[in-house]
Design a protein around this ligand. Structure first.
Ligand code: EPU
Length: 421
């Protein structure tokens, strides 16, 4: 196992390009199951999770090939198969094959993911929605088995929570169903719009793009896709917050600033100067160095402040001038980073789903442990800002979601490297 070592306290400077979005790449790879033939996906990030998804596709007879950031996926020889526990436990997004397999093959078998480091994360909305589309879902031996005797049938489905992957699964199932499906209270994250655009390009009929009501008129077949993955807004936000936390200045390129609006508003409120162009964001320190203002956040579905940038914003707030309140409303257990940040000297108190962060004048390096993907990136930010050496163990979490992390931070002047534990 590798650990990440950081000699902190250096201001980050320069430019960093953003990779394709993990959480868009995963559903888009799954969506290739919907049409036989050769699909081409551009701007795919080379991550542990995208590799896992392609491995899972391989078990279903799907062949894939990487050529830089372009992945060619051949679904011609798709056959029945399952997403086994060994894969699903390392990547919950494996559940995204349920919808497309039910629609195309009339059968899917996926291990139930179980709980994880950030909460219970049930998938009953995926299952209930598929049942409303006419599938039979059966839970046995830790697996969910989805079967259909005939083509899925359009239905009206209302999600009680705007779940991102449930929306993706159900849209993918509905595009090949007979008749019209209306999906209400759908999530409208940019990654879903990326998926909708891919499906439209494949010949699907979907209305309500970017809204919380998606109307899908089923078609009997789709053609292979040629589609580009959107930039990773969470990766972009992580680099912005890291530059800010070290007191540095820099530019994030190849991104979509519109997808980062909630974060940019909060960064501006801290006093940082943020300039946007069509595909980049520049971050600068305020003219008179007054220190960072404490700013409160509450996580919400898009376009609200993203839960996937909560831990990283908290790392920044440990260095602000007063107290900030950080409220997590999406996941019930997403404060695993707090005790680790405290090891670096952060002053944080938790009450229920709210963390109260009192700014300090500086953090000091320590040995810490990564617990999940975004918790890990908050520790990287804190470690970069802290004086002295920080060692982060269990960095396989980071490898799930950040492409070329060491190289990108090194390019910004950070002293950071991987070592065997
Ligand atoms: N929920 C239910 N029942 C369901 C599904 C979800 O109660 O059947 C609840 C969840 O427990 C949670 C809330 O709904 O409280 C929202 O969860 P959602 O289903 O939207 O999360 P997800 O689809 O499993 C995706 C991202 C996560 C991101 C969340 C929220 C992917 C592959 N994953 O997960 O990304 O945090 O949406 O935006 O898109 C990450 O990248 O680090 C990550 C965890």
């Amino acid at each position: 196992m590798d650990k990440l070592v950081i000699e902190g306290g250096k201001k980050l400077h320069g430019e960093v390009p953003v990779s394709g979005a993990k959480n868009a790449a995963l559903p888009l790879i799954a969506a290739t199951l919907l049409a036989p033939g050769v699909h081409i996906l551009h701007n795919v990030p080379d991550l542990r999770d995208t590799r896992t998804m392609l491995k899972l596709m391989g078990q279903l007879g799907v062949q894939s090939r990487w050529d830089g950031a372009v992945v060619t996926v051949d679904t011609t020889h798709l056959h029945h198969g399952e997403a086994p526990y060994e894969l699903v436990k390392t990547m919950r997004a494996s559940v995204l094959v349920l919808g497309p397999l039910a629609a195309r093959l009339g059968a899917a078998r996926v291990s139930l993911p179980g709980g994880c480091a950030i909460g219970a994360r049930p998938i009953e909305l995926h299952i209930k929605g598929l049942e409303q589309l006419g599938a039979r879902c059966c839970l046995e031996n830790g697996y969910v088995d989805v079967t259909t005797t005939k083509r899925l049938q359009g239905a009206e489905i209302c999600l009680t929570v705007p779940s991102v992957t449930a929306t993706e699964n159900l849209v993918m199932a509905a595009v090949l169903a007979e008749g019209t499906t209306v999906l209400k209270n759908a999530a409208k994250e940019p990654e879903i719009t990326n998926l909708v655009d891919m499906l439209l390009g494949m010949g699907a009929h979907i209305e309500g793009r970017e809204s919380d009501v998606l109307t899908v008129h089923g078609v009997s077949r789709l053609r292979p896709a040629d589609c580009r993955i959107i930039p990773d807004r969470i990766e972009a936000g992580t680099y912005l917050l890291a530059i800010a936390a070290t007191g540095g200045e820099g530019r994030i390129t190849h991104c979509n600033p519109g997808h980062l609006a909630a974060l940019l508003e909060k960064l501006r409120a801290t006093g940082l100067v943020i300039e946007e162009s069509e595909d980049s964001v520049t971050i600068k320190q305020p003219a008179a160095a007054k220190g960072l203002r404490s700013v409160d956040i509450t996580t919400r579905p898009y376009p609200g402040y993203p839960t996937d940038l909560q831990a990283q914003f908290m790392a920044l707030m440990t260095l602000a001038n007063e107290e900030s309140t950080i409220k997590e409303t999406i996941f019930e257990n997403r404060f695993m980073h707090v005790p680790e940040l405290q090891r670096l000297g952060a002053m944080i108190r938790i009450e229920g789903n709210t963390a109260f962060v009192t700014g300090t004048t500086g953090l000091a390096g320590a040995k810490v442990m990564a617990t999940d993907l975004r918790a890990s990136s908050s520790l990287v930010i804190a470690g970069l800002a802290a004086r002295g050496r920080t060692e982060i163990s269990r960095i396989y979490h980071l490898e799930r979601g950040y492409e070329y992390l060491v190289e990108k931070f090194s390019g910004l002047g950070a002293v950071i490297w991987k070592e065997k534990e």
